[in-house]
Design a protein around this ligand. Sequence first.
Ligand SMILES: Cc1ncc(COP(=O)(O)O)c(C=O)c1O
Length: 399
Amino acid sequence: MKSLHPQTLAVRAAVARTAYGENSEALFLTSGYVQPSAEASARRFAGEEDGYTYGRTGNPTVSSFEMRLAAMEGTEACMATASGMAAVMLMCFSLLKSGDHVVISQSMFGSTLKLIGSEFARFGVETSVVPQTDLAAWQAAVRPGSTRLLFAETPTNPLGEVCDIAALADLAHNAGALLCVDNCFATPALQRPVELGADMVMHSGTKYLDGQGRVMAGALCASEALVREKFLPVQKNSGMVLSPFNAWVVLKGLETLDLRMKAQSAQTLALAQWLESHPAVARVYYPGLASHPQHALAMRQMGGLGGAVLSFAVKAASPAQARARAFQVLDALQVLSLCTNLGDTKTLCTHPASTSHGKLSEAQRQAAGIGQGLIRVAVGLEHMDDIQHDLDRGLSTLA
Ligand SMILES: Cc1ncc(COP(=O)(O)O)c(C=O)c1O
């Protein structure tokens, strides 16, 4: 399998077919497994023989998803989890202990910041939060001897800030720490962090891996040693497992990931260019645009594509007016969805300042660059004319 192209692995990597010869991978809805003999059962429970024993410790459909995603990310192994946040939890719980230190970017997904920065602080794990794109700040935050983990998300939500994975990997390794990259926005179709030096890749499978907004899922891709020796023992006992049904949905989603990411990225670039020239728009944030501060790095790191999420700010004279104007654009939508998710074939629009970043103080939001006039668009597969026309319904009334 290893010599095959990623596109081939995305439709072929899976556990072996059953005796029935099914062409599409089977969905195994079972919580228990009949053992071939008491001796075999004992060996399996002792970890001396491979074989399924109980749904919390493994399932063939889940294994197929894990094998396929690992093949696509170029890692030796993968562990599926119930959601993206369960993957973050599993990683931190497996790798950190009291007295350890973590460095993360201030632009990470809000729940990631809260889980690591607040919840794990209760157990004596210290966290430094640094600006996403400031390599010197990452370097300065590292504490040799106690920093165990650097965790970055690139590009970020909602401003698409990009960090240099290879540079962060060097920094982590020089300090004896590991680097994990949340690859939710780029996916392995555009970016393979392990090839750039990262040790672990974290996914919210809920997003592009599913691709059609159906199920929650998550995963951690890493070396066989990390998965078997660190993640598996914790997962077995904590039970943050992916359900076989959700695994099956995401497994089938992976088959079209490459096509979707390329098509949706092309649509997003076209929409970004149109928005940049719109008289009601103050600024567009998209790594695929030459105006983006990390455009060159993004193109190098993401296979020449910018991904399928952009944000734009409407022109306004004050934060209150900006919020009213952004709401006007969102409330005028008739085709696109007002929905705080991303990674769907349907275009989803959201107002970060009152949803994903609604719990931040105004000062924190200002520091993160999330203004009241900002609208995030996760671009889907509708015809571009219809996407533009729907956004222009509200935008044209502002100009
Ligand atoms: C970048 C990023 N990471 C992690 C998560 C968490 O994933 P989940 O919602 O599957 O737990 C999300 C969810 O929106 C996300 O956008």
